[in-house]
Ligand binder design. Structure first.
Ligand code: SF4
Length: 459
């Protein structure tokens, strides 16, 4: 979501004459778009700000801005800790950036805007890919969250849930497709409740309309709250040809008492029931999730229930984190905090278990032909000497597995030219914990409807 917001910031600043640069040394303005989800991310913000402070000493005209969730959470406290910052703008202020900047330029006074409204105003239009063709892009369909899980800062820093109008979303995706994008990842804190508050057509109806966009090959979305995962959305995985066979369904814990304290509003049995429904509709569906270990009050028995759930589901991948107190989140006040070394051990156990499960699931694909959307090309680094070796293509399966393919002529010759944006059949030859390795299948590449011939890096 922050990557998408950063693009929107760049889009809003474009009419003012600002262009993106890769180098902070060349920048007239540096905007740090921040994340507050964990304490470590907040620490990183201030350490980065400390580094850019040196640039401001050399060039006093440099504008330093802080946006995103830390800006929303800390407001003018950021100026006390980092007095060289010129501008602090919250998650609802992206659309107001041009006027904030003109205030700053006119008065040369620090500006803070962390006002939150019931709806977010954003710069209109899609952020069109620059330079190299980008195959996949994010599209936010809703903002904020009304769920108030007790460990989470999102409702406090991103505000209440609000959905974008379907026609704006569809126009944005059409713009992206017209500029070579082949896949969209729809973003929302809980896409399953899209449109409910506003009385708009529901998320499944939105997916159906997006599925009809010509030239678009794949649709992904994240995140899906298990309590709101509807039968119609589950059914969509069997009906919509562009909807990828992957769902990220965060469970957080396998223990009912912990799920209750987290305010998740489902039990482990209800969660497993949804998993079974998904697998009935789409047996080879990839399922990933989030786990928090060491939530206040988590006993060894609770943790064992989480381990049992991970084994039962057999996830394709997991994001696992140690619980940490966050400002405003109710769980910060909860007693029975779990000792740090217990959290470390539990996290380690989850990660080791998941790595073995992921590897086994990936190995089950060896010998199969998978449809891969080609995303990029790079020269493979040669370990040890810092040099580069043969080139390789990288893409993803519908189930969101990364697939590397050699780019030498012999391998590529089997499928004809390969370019980013093409959907090609790939025979999976090897499996690792984090990726697959395969050869383009000689049965013939399917040319995507996008541009071809640009960025051709074939060796
Ligand atoms: S649903 Fe997600 S974003 Fe919303 S409060 Fe819960 S964890 Fe946070």
């Amino acid at each position: 979501m922050n990557a998408y917001d950063s693009d929107k910031i760049a889009l809003g600043l474009d009419p003012l004459g600002y262009r993106l640069t890769d180098s902070p040394d060349k920048a007239d303005m540096i905007i740090v778009n921040t994340c507050a989800i964990r304490e470590k991310a907040v620490q990183k913000v201030f350490s980065y700000l400390g580094r850019v402070a040196g640039l401001k000493q050399i060039r006093p005209d440099l504008i330093i801005g802080v946006g995103g969730c830390v800006a929303q959470q800390e407001g003018d406290r950021i100026l006390k800790r980092a007095p060289y910052v010129d501008l602090v703008f919250g998650t609802h202020a992206i659309g107001r950036l041009p006027s904030l900047l003109s205030r700053l330029e006119k008065k040369r006074q620090q500006v803070v805007d962390v006002e939150m409204g019931s709806r977010i105003q954003e710069p209109d239009g899609a952020v069109i890919p620059r330079g190299e063709t980008e195959v996949s892009r994010f599209v936010t369909i809703m903002h904020g969250c009304d769920n108030f899980c007790t460990y989470c800062v999102v409702p406090y820093v991103r505000g209440r849930e609000s959905s974008r109008q379907p026609e704006h979303i569809l126009a944005e995706i059409q713009d992206l497709v017209d500029n070579g994008v082949r896949e969209v990842m729809l973003l929302g804190q809980n896409v399953n409740s899209y449109g409910k508050k506003e009385g708009l057509p529901d998320f499944t109806s939105l997916l159906e309309k997006i599925n009809d966009i010509k030239g678009l090959d794949r649709i992904r979305f994240t995140t899906s709250h298990p309590k709101d995962l509807s039968e119609s959305l589950i059914g969509a995985f069997g009906r919509l040809d562009k909807l990828c066979r992957h769902i990220h369904l965060p469970v957080q814990s396998g223990a009912d008492p912990i799920l209750k304290r987290m305010n998740r509003n489902y039990t482990s049995t209800q969660y497993l029931d949804k998993i079974n429904q998904l697998r009935r509709v789409c047996p080879d569906m990839a399922i990933t999730s989030d786990i928090i270990v060491g939530f206040p009050g988590e006993t060894k028995r609770d943790f064992d229930a989480t381990i049992a759930l991970i084994e039962t589901v057999g996830y394709d991948g997991l994001f696992a984190f140690k619980y940490s107190d966050r400002p405003n989140a109710p769980a910060t006040q909860f007693s029975e905090k779990v000792a740090e070394h217990d959290k470390d051990q539990r996290l380690q156990k989850v990660l080791e278990l998941q790595e073995a499960i992921t590897l086994a699931r990936n190995r089950s694909l060896v010998g199969q032909t998978q449809e891969v959307l080609v995303e990029s090309y790079r020269l493979k680094p040669v370990s040890g000497n810092g040099g580069v070796g043969a080139g390789q293509w990288t893409g993803r399966t519908s189930t969101n597995k990364i697939v590397h393919m050699p780019a030498d002529e012999a391998a590529q010759g089997q499928a004809g030219d390969i370019d980013p944006g093409l959907l090609i059949p790939v025979l999976i030859k090897k499996a690792f914990a984090h990726s697959l390795w395969g050869l383009p299948d000689g049965s013939g590449a399917r040319t995507a409807s996008g541009p071809k011939g640009e960025n051709s890096h074939a060796a």
